[in-house]
Design a protein. Sequence first.
Length: 463
Amino acid sequence: MQIYNTLSRRMEEFAPLEAGRVRFYTCGPTVYDYAHIGNYRAYVFEDVLRRTLKHFGWAVTQVMNLTDVDDKTIRGAKAAGVPLSEYTRRYKHAFFADLKTLNVEPAEHYPEATAHVPEMIALVSALLERGYAYRSDDGSVYFRIAAFPEYGKLAHLDREGLRPGARVAQDEYEKDNAADFALWKAWSPEDGDVAWDAPWGRGRPGWHVECSAMSMKYLGESFDLHTGGVDNIFPHHEDEIAQSEAATGKPFVKYWMHCAHLIVEGQKMSKSLGNFHTLRDVLERGYSGREIRYVLLAAHYRQPLNFTFAALDAARAALGRLDEFRQRVEGAAGPAPGVLPEWAAACRARFDGALRQDLNMPEALAALFDMVRAGHRAMDAAGGACPGAEALRELLGCLDGVLGLGAGARADADAEVEGLLARRRAARERKDWAEADRVRARLAAAGWEVRDTADGQKVTRRG
RNA sequence: GGCGCGAUGGCCGAGCGGUUAGGCAGAGGUCUGCAAAACCUCGUACACCGGUUCAACUCCGGUUCGCGCCUCCA
């Protein structure tokens, strides 16, 4: 498959270092708060990527880190008056619950920063030994970018472009060069009891070194794929490359993929605009994880995505259409395996082709919807019969292995609903349309939609 | 200032040098007791100005507007 590699800024044919297996690292959350839908766009993108790799037959080893020590987590724990680990545990659990809501497949490893400090210390030691890092008077350790000529190759920044910006913290006067970044931060009183002992002093690891140490531990010194949001390109991923390649002398990552941000109702998501949404917020408005997932994956990952509630409504309708088709196929499926109809085979080819083209999900979905139309038409023409329904059902499952949209909630009618349905059936048999419509209205009020089909009444849960 | 991205029909959102993207919403129709679902038909879409070309939404140049990154935000 073709993917767009941020490193080369062009499309490349994807070929993992080891045949048949993809080693893949994903920057995970900093667990200091609930993640927002922008974060989940990245995680859903990575999930679709992971599922696509598996769909094309590669075995996948994916690692997603959990940053559970940094300025924000320390500050949060302090404000809450609880130990750091207790504070972050809550958000770790929330994060995994959210992934489940969005039907994101679990990665193979979720290493926590606080559990890998020895590995980070080893990496920093190697960088010190090789002359790529230096200690400051206060016991911090910095990476010397002047020692790594390729610094800037991912972000395509030259050193001239790295002038000190307004955001450089004032307390970083210890650095030789303003663009040098911290590998190790010396303990300061605000850190409280959050500290580890290193040969050069007490403190805590810098953020970038965490990803280098943990990715290389689980995936090796060189691996295939590293992903994240575009905002991670610089400095985070640039710094990871510098640290890792300086320490090992080997290429760090072969392909880098970054997803664009999302905006909300046409505007940048921000708390002051009141359009900052966590996943929980959106669920509370009555939308399902499945609907949110649909919206997040329906745009190409390298394009900014405009997240709107109108789009969620459209997603609900689109998913309803998919569910309708699936149910019709399942209803038509018999025991004979059958042969996949031609229109379905065409869809499969087009769907796969779209994925191979740098994960073109809009095109893949277009293929799916075209198949839905062709399928209904074929079944209508055949009086409801569907030759090859078994094979078709299997295909739908296969495509959903990539999409992860699953089946709609199949709520079972309870006794009361069954009773109403029986009443309506009787009314219809004696052509008492007024009574039939009254019962339908009652069911609708209870959230059930009735449809009269050739096979009798069918109810579906609405809302 | 540096690097980069975008502008598509009411909304979302692909794409390609010439042939229907797709979804949602809307209009008409078929079917149905009525609905619903499904199917059929319907929108003279590609920011603006030039240029290249037999042909440009698609390539090139410029303009306007918007956006991202330039030290720890997916």
